[in-house]
Design a protein around this ligand. Structure first.
Ligand SMILES: Nc1ncnc2c1ncn2[C@@H]1O[C@H](COP(=O)(O)OP(=O)(O)OP(=O)(O)O)[C@@H](O)[C@H]1O
Ligand SMILES: [Mg+2]
Length: 483
């Protein structure tokens, strides 16, 4: 396995060259063999857990590794912080998969860097497992996301109000350029670096845009479309990111940073689980507006590249930003339409959709379970009768609308099955599995969970173990940034 580091070629002002800090007793805890196969990691290495533990703790460097901690800034809960950066992560480099696509390999929890700002540079086992489970679950749900290659325990203790076992998680991503990376250089008025970062982003992620009439506005439009696609997926599966700061917004359009994330149970757009999000800025239903806010921050970074005259630059950028609302609405409605079995949403369907969402909220119904029952109700009278108790006359309206869809009921149901998961990583199960793994010092509870999460649209043996909503409807559930 040989790495190269394309990001390192950007030059020293983009990162600090720094090696991971070796750990005392690295042991492989979780290994993602299907991702490893995709990355063409040799089988003899995959069969050597001790070697994997040394490599993915940072104790031993793979050939071609060029560990760096990248610089970035970011708006955290609306406040600009001019310097954040990888305070506990090392980007080792990138590796090509079977199809030649490059993937960043990054260790997280691998020791302090000059961006640590007083932090210890480490990660506890619990948050590492959370990121592994959640990002893999999202991948199998069909949501663009960074992935997890492995978790290695360090044999060291980290202190987070209490002593906890330490771990390093290896993240695999299409890239690590964040909106905050652009902000870092924009805030310093460094146009040359902005230009280089722009070129890198284009070349790495959107090479076809290099021939666009205006590649800057083309990139903005593309990144907007990627964010819309991402957030619409989040809204489809009930994902609450929890910390949608600009430093946690990847320009590759992938979900990144699984710190305080959680899943929606009862449908309520105001749902917030993160203990630090006291104002509900990143509530479930606020995510589209926050994505738009973040994209506006990105657009501001592009202004000096678009034109030397700020007014003329703004005149070019503004019309692109103005398309957000309409583009989002269209994508969102199409998605909910698919969840309801409508291949094509017509303007008159809007009321059917919004009435259902209001009913879910008023009756405090579980988002995933309701759509799963609706899916069954297409062909199953008992499920339909069950739903009618809560949804009343809305069911007849929906059935009438479905009757006007041309495909056979089986086709309608197949569309719904592809869009409505039968199982999601419910918060209480994620917590239980993390606790069991930590107490046992073994990964099998996570492995059983992951096996079910790998087929989220299909009932299989074991699925029912993880489908139940929490007894208290997550009323007392809180998540924390995994620092
Ligand atoms: N234990 C720690 N030691 C040093 N720096 C930390 C630690 N935890 C977080 N940070 C830094 O604080 C900032 C915000 O942290 P945040 O939780 O958003 O990111 P993260 O989870 O560490 O990383 P990522 O966004 O790459 O997933 C980042 O600059 C991060 O590197
Ligand atoms: Mg982060």
């Amino acid at each position: 396995m040989h790495l190269s580091n394309s990001y390192a070629s950007l030059g020293e002002q983009f990162y600090e060259t720094i090696k991971p800090t070796p750990v005392r007793d690295p042991r492989l805890f979780l290994w993602n063999s299907s991702l490893a196969d995709q990355l063409v990691i040799p089988k003899d290495l995959q069969n050597d857990p001790a070697a994997l533990a040394r490599i993915f703790s940072g104790n031993r460097l793979l050939p071609g590794s060029q560990p760096i901690a990248t610089a970035y800034a970011g708006h955290q809960f609306g406040n600009f912080v001019p310097q954040l950066g990888d305070g506990r992560a090392h980007l080792l480099g990138d590796v090509a998969d079977r199809n030649g696509k490059p993937w960043d390999i990054q260790l997280k929890g691998s020791g302090p860097t000059s961006f640590s700002r007083g932090g210890d540079g480490r990660c506890a086992l619990g948050p590492a497992l959370r990121e592994y489970i959640m990002s893999e679950a999202m991948h199998y749900l069909g949501v663009p996301t960074t992935r997890a290659l492995c978790v290695v325990t360090t044999g060291e203790t980290v202190f987070r109000e209490q002593p906890l076992p330490g771990a390093v998680i290896t993240r695999v991503a299409s890239g690590h350029v964040r909106i905050g990376t652009f902000q870092y250089f924009a805030a310093r008025g460094n146009k040359k670096a902005l230009e280089a970062l722009f070129d890198y982003t284009l070349k790495r992620h959107y090479p076809s845009l290099s021939t666009a009439d205006n590649p800057y506005t083309a990139l903005l439009q593309q990144c907007m479309d990627m964010q819309i696609r991402l957030i619409v997926h989040w809204m489809r599966v009930g994902f609450i990111h929890g910390v949608m700061n600009t430093d946690n917004t990847s320009l590759a359009g992938e979900t990144i940073d699984y710190g305080p994330c959680a899943m929606l149970g009862i449908y309520d757009p105001a749902t917030v689980y993160s203990s630090i999000d006291v104002a509900g800025r990143y509530a479930f239903g606020n995510q589209p507006a926050m994505a738009q806010w973040n994209l506006t921050r990105f657009a501001q970074c592009l202004l000096p590249l678009v034109h030397d005259d700020p007014k003329r630059a703004a005149d070019q950028i503004r019309p692109v930003l103005a398309t957000f609302a309409q583009r989002f609405e269209q994508a969102y409605m199409a998605m909910i339409g698919h969840k309801l079995g409508l291949h094509l949403v017509r303007p008159e369907d809007q009321d059917l959709i919004t009435s259902l969402l209001h009913l879910l909220e008023d009756k405090r119904l579980d988002y995933t379970i309701t759509f799963q029952l609706l899916t069954r109700a297409v062909t199953d009278r008992t499920a339909a009768a069950d739903l009618e108790k809560d949804l009343g006359p809305w069911m007849a309206r929906w059935k009438k609308r479905l009757a006007r869809e041309s495909p056979a009921p089986e086709k309608i149901q197949a569309l719904m099955q592809r869009n409505n998961p039968v199982v999601i990583p419910r918060n209480h199960h994620v917590e239980k599995v993390i606790k069991e793994c930590t107490q046992l010092g073994r990964a099998d509870p996570a492995q059983s969970f992951l096996q079910v999460l790998a087929s989220p649209y299909r009932e299989q043996q074991g699925t029912s173990r993880y489908q139940d909503p929490p007894a208290d409807n997550d009323r007392n559930y809180h998540t924390f940034c995994g620092t």
